[in-house]
Design a protein around this ligand. Structure first.
Ligand code: RFL
Ligand code: PHB
Length: 394
């Protein structure tokens, strides 16, 4: 027997995108259900983003999920670029009229969203298997899934595909409707989380002859570091010792000298990819976040791009249900994509400028060097970097 659930909005994916939309809609009295394939612990075990744009932070506050972020997150008004041993500060606040970013881990943000959903009695169903989308291009879209031995059917007005890059929603859009744009980079990031004091108060992005590195943090006692590695490397190839040694070599001497090391709590390799799927709407199915687009993490845009999708969808849904105005829904794909492509450009630019590209011509290397030299010498270029990093307006 199949159990039937009726709701207004069926959300596939209990990552930050799905949970944030669910919470915002619920606060406006719009009934919804979140369906997540994995357990809550599994979702919270993924170590990902660390930098939130101020617009995202505002949306978390609007969702009544900002208290811990405001108490424990750090406001950063700048970050550093290490150009082969010389440190340069990017004054975010100075170049944007006072804007900043919040350093607060995706794990903690997702935990806050789960807690808020639980407190409001929101429906978040875990371990939903064999998810399938039905009749998304009709007025009666539905979802079906299995949980344990039982099968379920969700009947709703709209389906939100917030199920990440490997989810089912994008794949259920017909091939002749969907256009995909992709760029794969010839390296990955090896990331380490460690219970050590961060080497610097602000983030350090390093371009060196040995490759890129990033020093980030989660709190005053929790550090997050990354180094560029070849795609052929595996986590097993990198002992903690080898990681710390390589990171030190990619930092200015005085910074390397104060690097506090310790056992890794988490270690993983993420390949770098740029990807966009268009359109982000098919009938009554709307894609959001990583389900529709991916950026390399260099510009810290991924989660922030997801948040802007949610902002547009949330307002479009509220207008639809509260005012009977569907303009926002009709314009969703075009509006979201316009911002998504700007984040793509910025992430590609940061990635290209700061990484070591194997098999690059001597000419292209010179261009890459002068791109950074120009940035560091130009107020106009710095302003452009800063306005993108703190987040373009929604
Ligand atoms: P998620 O987080 O992938 O969540 C999707 C959820 O959908 C579930 N799912 C399904 N559920 C039901 N049925 C199915 N068939 C399903 N298939 C999948 C999954 O289990 C999952 O729980 O996507 P979402 O919510 O769109 O969020 C996107 C962000 O996670 C992502 O953009 C960021 O993490 C990217 N990112 C960064 N973004 C930033 O803005 N700032 C950063 O500093 C930053 N650093 C990073 C990053 C991503 C990284 N990695 C590992 C890719 C650093 C790294 C290393
Ligand atoms: C992180 O802290 O994980 C982080 C910060 C900035 C980035 C990417 C990742 O650009």
């Amino acid at each position: 027997m199949t159990n039937t659930i009726k709701t207004k909005v069926g959300i596939i994916g209990g990552g930050p995108s799905g949970l944030l939309l669910s919470q915002l809609l619920d606060l406006k009295g719009i009934d919804n259900v979140v369906l997540e394939k994995h357990t809550r612990d599994y979702v919270l075990g993924r170590i990902r983003a660390g930098v939130l744009e101020h617009g995202f932070a505002d949306l978390m506050r609007e969702a009544q999920c900002g208290a811990r972020m405001d108490a424990e997150g750090e406001i950063h008004e700048g970050f550093w670029i290490n150009d082969n041993g010389t440190m340069h500060r990017v004054d975010l606040a100075g170049h944007t009229g006072g804007s900043s970013v919040v350093v607060y881990g995706q794990t903690e943000l997702t935990r806050d969203l789960y807690d808020a959903r639980e407190k409001m009695g929101g429906q978040v169903i875990h371990e939903t298997l064999d998810m399938a989308i039905h009749d998304a291009d009709s007025d009666t879209p539905a979802l079906s899934y299995r949980k344990g031995d039982e099968t379920f059917r969700v009947e709703c007005d709209f389906i939100i595909g917030a199920d990440g890059f490997h989810g089912v929603s994008r794949k259920s859009i017909p091939r002749d409707v969907l256009q995909e744009y992709e760029k794969v980079y010839p390296f990955g990031w090896l990331g380490v989380l460690s219970r050590t004091r961060p080497v610097n108060d602000e983030l350090i992005y390093s371009k060196t002859g040995r490759g890129f590195s990033l020093c980030s943090l989660r709190s005053r006692v929790l550090s997050r570091y990354y180094i560029q590695v070849p795609l052929s490397d595996t986590v097993e190839d990198w002992s903690d010792e080898a990681f710390w040694d390589e990171l030190r070599r990619r930092l200015p001497d005085d910074v390397a000298a104060r690097l506090e090391t310790g056992p890794s709590i988490e270690k993983s390799i993420a390949p770098l990819r740029s990807f966009v799927a268009e359109p982000m709407r098919w009938g009554n199915l709307f894609l959001a976040g990583d389900a529709a687009h991916i950026v390399p993490p260099t510009g810290a845009r991924g989660l922030n791009s997801a948040a802007s999708d949610i902002y547009y969808l949330y307002h479009a849904m509220v207008d639809h249900y509260r005012k009977g105005d569907s303009t926002g829904l009709e314009q969703y794909s075009a509006k979201a994509l316009a911002r998504v492509w700007k984040a793509q450009r910025f992430s590609w630019w940061m990635t290209t400028m700061l990484h070591d590209f194997p098999d690059t011509s001597a000419y292209d290397r010179k261009l890459q060097d002068v791109e950074l030299a120009y940035l560091l010498s130009s107020e106009a270029a710095m302003t452009s970097l800063a306005e993108n990093y703190v987040g373009l307006p929604f």
